[in-house]
Ligand binder design. Sequence first.
Ligand SMILES: *Cc1c(COP(=O)(O)O)cnc(C)c1O
Length: 354
Amino acid sequence: MTGQSEAGSPWRGVSERDWNNWRWQLSHGLREPASLPVEVWGQGAAPDGIARVTANYPLCVTPYYLSLMGQGGLQDPIALQCVPQVRELDMDISCEPDPLREEAAMPVPALVHRYTDRCLVMVTRQCAVHCRHCNRKRRWKRGGDSVEQIDIGRMVEYVSSNRKIREVIFSGGDPLIWSDGKLDALLGAFRAIPHVEILRIGSRIPVVMPMRITRALCRIFKRHRPVWFNTQFNHASEITPESARACEMLLEAGIPVSNQSVLLRGVNDTLETMKDLLYGLQRVSVRPYYLFQCEPVTGAAHFMTEINIGIAMMKQIWRECSGLCQPAYVLDTADGRGKVPLTVHSSLSSGGLA
Ligand SMILES: *Cc1c(COP(=O)(O)O)cnc(C)c1O
């Protein structure tokens, strides 16, 4: 069921055609706390302090994503991921705006090269939804893209002159904010580099604005294959007929779809919610890839869980669930180690399984 057909929904009366049009979703994104529907703040107004939060970290959410919110009020897993909270202003001395030191690992602006055989290019600062747990929320300033010239030409030049790079990852912001024509040109420019074998898209669009995955877009991806797609489902309630269909369309175009979740306190940090998510992903043919430990990012510390909780949960999942449902639980670090697996390895010693 889509949000606009539910009784009492603020989107009642919106035509199917508009609702299913990604440009409509994008242009009707909610950006003012006062414009959120009554289920969010209850009968009262937004609490004191929210205006200060959104001055630092603006609100932005599609009607579609907000319509997935259930009965849980602000504790609902969808609300936790998109509704601003006063806790984002907590000063925590262990947090930093850029704990992965990405800004220091950019040989050209907005291109991060930390692993020899692959690099990450941030093609825009914009997203359809501002995820409150974002580890790049430092980059959300209003009018973002003018702050830093995103110069695709310089990125192409860098990758062309570095023959060890065989994979280019498009991230952001969300690259699928771009028009079909711009994406086609972007993928084509990197595809034309002889040593670039793999193009990878990192996008949360199938989850937060699935109507962006159109047949025309899939044809573009298909033409530039091999293209791999990584998205970010964090909770089973995000697996809807619409998001499942978006993934199916990508799969039908020959684009493998994998999932990178973030372990988020209150959203998916119990065994049952995590199993529901992983089983749900397997049902829609999306392969769990990574489960990220939440970073100590300024403005997102309230989402962090203890690593021990994650390890215990993953041990249990390893025992109980299909191998096809197993993500690698990882901690990303700023130093040379990069992503570090957090699995508890059992070793086969002479005494048996330890
Ligand atoms: C995570 C990351 C990648 C991709 O790593 P994989 O393990 O291949 O998914 C590439 N570049 C940067 C800078 C990253 O942070």
